[in-house]
Design a protein. Structure first.
Length: 138
C-alpha cells in the first residue's frame, strides 16, 4: 500500500497505461464465463460492424479498479461505479486510465472519482464515475 491516500484532495489526478492483450481477453473470458464470439472468434468478429475482435468492456472496468489502488492507495473500498462504453477496445490496443478526485466528504473519507479511459490516439473508450471509501479519512 502506498501512502498516497494521505495526500489526495479534490483535483488530484493519476493515470497509468496498459496494453489490452489477447491473453487478457482469454483470461477474462475464463474468469467471467463471457464467451461472446465478438471477443474470442476472429472469423465471427470479422463479419461484425467492428471488423475484428474487441476486448470485453469490463476489462477496462477492472483496469479502473487497479488505477484507483495504484493512484490513491490500497485498502479502500469500492462503493459504486458508473461506466459508459463509448468506443471499442481492440486486441493489443493501449489504453490510458485516468482518475481524478472530484469530491471528498472528508469526515467520512468518501471520495467521488472521475474515471476515464482513452486510447493513445485520444479516442475515449470508457467514461465513468466511482464512489470509494478511502483507506483512511482524507
Amino acid at each position: 500500500m502506498t501512502d498516497t491516500a494521505a495526500s489526495v484532495d479534490v483535483g488530484y489526478t493519476a493515470s497509468f497505461t496498459v496494453q489490452v492483450t489477447d491473453k487478457m481477453v482469454h483470461q477474462f473470458a475464463d474468469l467471467s464465463g463471457d464467451r461472446n464470439p465478438i471477443h474470442l472468434d476472429d472469423e465471427y468478429a470479422s463479419k461484425t460492424r467492428f471488423g475484428r475482435r474487441i476486448a470485453h468492456g469490463m476489462i477496462v472496468g477492472a483496469l479502473i479498479s487497479r488505477a484507483l489502488v495504484d493512484g490513491i492507495g490500497g485498502g479502500g473500498i469500492y462503493l459504486g461505479q458508473s461506466l459508459k462504453f463509448v468506443n471499442p477496445v481492440f486486441i493489443d490496443d493501449t489504453v490510458v486510465i485516468t482518475i481524478k478526485i472530484t469530491g471528498i466528504r472528508k469526515e467520512k473519507g468518501i471520495a467521488t472519482v472521475e474515471t476515464n479511459a482513452t486510447k493513445l490516439n485520444g479516442d475515449v473508450v470508457v467514461k465513468g464515475e466511482a464512489v470509494i471509501m478511502m483507506s483512511r479519512p482524507a
